[in-house]
Ligand binder design. Structure first.
Ligand code: ADP
Length: 535
């Protein structure tokens, strides 16, 4: 029999990160690019004031605790205000992903049953097109300095409101964000984050085992705010007193570099495609980032060659992150440990770059065989990756049953190994594995090696039907602009780096399709090349 502890029952609330940052780091800057306005700058203190004004404005529009509000917006200060204001008032922010198909966007907004939709100017045509199909939205608010007939204006609404607020002390288990996974098959699925999970995730993200922020950091999230909350960076940064730079949607090399050097960015993060472009741009323009120390890369496997290039040429540490919308998203982050450091710097870096990361406090990991039996953590045996923890999904939004097993484990759909140091390595997504003559070929490993071949921008490997071996890998390559790579060069590059039977049966040069969250769309590739080896 336990006895009750005698500490206070202060709930872990998202609004508490904002009030803390405004008090303890009130003068720290927030800099935001905007769609068609000059760069905007203010401080955490100003941000807290405007967020309070946004809450009052939403209240005046009739938004109540528990209501859903949709944002369709880039990485800007206005979106950041909604990130805190909407959950802070007890409502739920549905961060719509504008890169989904029209049909999927309509599905998510209607499924969320949002009453208010706030959007950036970029999305006026989209809103006009889809408005008749949004069944629950009654109020549209344009987030721009300049008015537009037919829409309420965010700035006008805020100007009428007071910056004073008493943040409500809501239940820490209350819903805060509604993020939909794109789902390559079927309808998108809603993941409803709660306050407690977001706050604990923000604390875990700030620790040295993950991002390791302090008040001297200048953090620029380049993963979208609408994709798994930009990996929690908009929470971990203010919680640690780090400044925040918001790049809007402008992710080309020149635009990124202007902010990175102009604002003294020390830490940034995003999917691999962004950093491939940035690295290429740095090379082409002979530039070197001034203050950038760390880039966290995730969403897809980090090409080893990219991590090595950032380190060798610019002294920048690449940290890999694995996660998913269902895990808010941090699952593992690849950071050094004394055991790895003892191997020497290069060996340590190689170990870090070739693994998705190590377990973080809060997230438990397990790998199992097809019958659900745990497999050894020997770094070799691979199995279905399961996760559990306070920022892991228990049930999809508006579903009747939990999506975890009886012990609370959520099956990620990834295939992975775990080792004795707590490092996890993804070998494939369950639906992408290639089985050739009864043996597994890791498409992720093959891609990772192929993308190191000079001139290759994106490498995608899919298994396609083969008359003799059931399935064989083919490699689809998108080259860097203005570069010509031959099939022989690619095969020659691979020859010394892979076992012979992994050699792709063909190398095709073609544009590689990406999903709405910037991952290689293997479903499209599998369909496109299904007869490639049988015709
Ligand atoms: P979507 O499928 O909508 O893009 P998520 O962003 O939730 O949604 O995708 C999560 C998946 O992305 C993971 O299950 C995993 O397959 C893949 N992933 C994420 N990070 C990595 C990584 N560092 N290496 C390999 N795969 C990754």
């Amino acid at each position: 029999m336990t006895i009750p502890g005698l500490f206070q029952h202060t709930p872990l609330l998202i609004s508490s990160i904002l009030t803390y940052a405004a008090k303890a780091h009130g003068r720290r800057k927030v800099v935001s690019r905007l769609v068609d306005e000059p760069v905007f700058r203010y401080t955490y203190a100003d941000w807290a004031n405007r967020t309070a004004q946004a809450v009052h404005a939403l209240e005046r529009l009739g938004v109540k605790s528990g209501d859903r509000v949709t944002s369709m917006a880039w990485n800007t200060h206005r979106h950041l205000e909604l990130f805190y204001g909407v959950p802070g008032m007890g409502a739920v922010l549905h961060t719509a992903n504008p890169r989904l198909s029209d049909e999927q966007i309509v599905y998510t907004v209607n499924h969320a049953e949002s009453r208010v939709l706030l959007f950036d100017r970029t999305f006026i045509p989209l809103i006009e097109r889809l408005k008749p199909q949004f069944t629950t939205v009654t109020t549209y608010v344009l987030m721009a300095a300049q008015d537009e007939p037919g829409y309420l204006n965010y700035e006008t609404l805020l100007a009428a409101e007071s910056p004073a607020i008493d943040w409500p002390q809501i239940d820490e288990y209350a819903g805060a964000f509604l993020c939909y996974t794109s789902g390559t098959t079927g309808d998108p699925k809603g993941v409803l984050y709660n306050h407690r999970g977001v706050v604990l995730h923000a604390m875990a993200g700030g620790m040295n085992s993950a991002f390791g922020f302090d008040a001297f950091d200048v953090v620029m999230p380049c993963s979208s705010l609408y994709h798994a909350n930009a990996w929690g960076l908009p929470f971990s940064a203010p919680l640690c007193g780090a400044a925040m730079i918001l790049p809007c949607e402008k992710m080309d090399g020149a635009s990124l570099h202007e902010l990175i050097d102009g604002e003294g960015v020390t830490f940034t993060g995003g999917v691999p495609t962004i950093w491939t472009m940035y690295l290429n741009w740095l090379d082409q323009n002979g530039k070197k980032p001034k203050d950038l120390k760390t880039i966290v890369i995730g969403g897809s496997a980090v090409p080893f060659a990219m991590a090595q290039a950032f380190k060798d040429r610019f002294g920048i540490n690449v940290r890999q992150l694995w996660g998913m919308t269902e895990t808010a998203p941090i699952g593992v982050v690849s950071t050094p440990t004394p055991e790895l450091a003892a191997l020497g710097e290069q060996a340590m870096n190689e170990a870090i770059w070739s693994r998705q990361g190590r377990i973080q406090f809060g997230i438990e990991l397990e790998i199992t065989d097809d019958d659900g039996n745990p497999l050894p953590h020997d770094g070799e045996t691979s199995g279905a990756l399961k996760v559990r923890g306070p920022w892991v999904i228990s049930r999809y939004y508006r579903k009747d049953a939990d999506c975890t097993d009886a012990d609370g484990w959520f099956d990620t759909g990834d295939i992975a190994t775990l080792d004795e140091n707590g490092f996890m390595r993804i070998t494939d997504r369950a639906k992408d594995v290639i089985k050739s003559g009864g043996e597994w070929i890791s498409s992720i490993d093959l891609e990772n090696i192929a993308v190191g071949c000079p001139g290759v921008k994106i490498a995608a490997v899919v298994g396609v039907p083969h008359p003799k071996w059931e399935e064989r890998p083919i490699l689809v390559i998108e080259q860097h602009e203005g570069v010509v790579v031959s099939k022989d060069e690619v095969l020659h590059y691979l020859a010394s780096r892979i076992v012979k039977w992994w050699t792709p049966d063909d190398v095709v040069f073609a544009p590689v399709p990406l999903t709405a969250t910037g991952k290689i769309d293997k479903k499209v590739l599998r369909v496109a090349y299904q007869h490639h080896l049988t015709k």
